[in-house]
Design a protein around this ligand. Sequence first.
Ligand SMILES: [Zn+2]
Length: 450
Amino acid sequence: MLSPRFRSNHATDPTSEAHVRVTTAFNKMLSIPGATVASVEFTPEGVVVGLRRRKSRPRCPCGWKATGAYDTSVRRWRHLDLGSTKLLLRAEIRRLHCRRCDRVRTEDVPWARPRARHSRDFEDVVAWLAQRTDKTTITRLLRTSWERVAGIVERVVAGQVDTRRLSGLFADRGRRGQRKGHRYLTVVADHDLAGRVVWAGEGKNAATLEAFYDQLGETGCQQLQAVSMDLGAAFKKATDTKAPQARQCVDPFHLVALANEAINKARRWAWNLERDKARHAAVLAGPKRRGRPPTGSPPPGRDQARWVKHTRWALLKDPAALKPSQLEVLHQLRRSHSVLYRCWQLKEGLRDLYRLADPRDAPAHLDWWLAWACRCRIPSFVTLSKTVRDNRDRILAAIELGLSNSKLEGLNSKIRLINHRGYGHHTAAALIAMIYLCCGGLTIQLPTQR
Ligand SMILES: [Zn+2]
């Protein structure tokens, strides 16, 4: 224990202003709500500040006040560092028998959140940093672990998420979220609030989205005007049952992604086709050789295979963003009447749907594309044309309502960034809390801003 008085250079004169009690100094510096500093102790762990509570009846986190305590124990909370020294708050904390919760609970203290082992100020700094920076920066700066950061974020979000956020919702979207390990999340965002995340849950099936609709309530579901989603059947099914009046749309983002997938499948298919052609030509060209081919001889069709491999980015990228070398690849495909050039035309033809000057031309354009694609004899595009035909109305609805792609793409890359910044999250709940924190429009106030 420190001597209750510490002396500065001028402290030989006991009447000097500098003659301040150490507890008073800490009391002024920390200004802990609802308590005063009773003792200051220097330990190997850091400075331990003992708090004396202002007299009050123990209050349950639910708000109910008890007349007496059930029992009492001592708890410590990590507070913001004092220079390079860790600072811990120590206080007696009571348990009470809450009549409203009908069980024994630990009382609420003004300087920390329920169940927390860090002070409110410390947790707010963690949450503020987690919105802006990566795992290593936070854990090294604050000398804490990522598991603790995840726990803090979950607690802060639970206390901050606006429970009324679902009430004003009228256009929302369900979509298949980011894959993490083998976990999927379903993320619901509001089209009107600049794509702000209003709900997220684990899983990707109809039941996941139904859980959101249940939380939204029957009246909330009836007020939905439009819901946009991916092309899968799961979200459609959930919306059909829970919000049948809402206009369903397919996000352009998902359709373009499917077209790119069809290109990749077509490239593999073309590669196999070229290889078989080369093998067939080799058989026709000479007498059949027995045994293993001589060492160093190229496998049949190797050049073609390599050629197909080089076409990847030329086929996938936006034509406006192509490099000269990639443009040359496209020209060569065109000159050689390659099937891959037709694939590229089909993909761009579908993307043109979203580049039409007049959206009223969209139905005619889509029908023209469907007629072309279903006869193209490229298996992956024939399959794509079937999917597009099944979802024709939902695709056109997105164009008619002018749902833009950019918000969803922005959200998608933001979630990817969150996941990457944390290098994976231990639990789905931790990732969901982080998504709410960063994409849910929460404002975290720093202790210095209050
Ligand atoms: Zn209670």
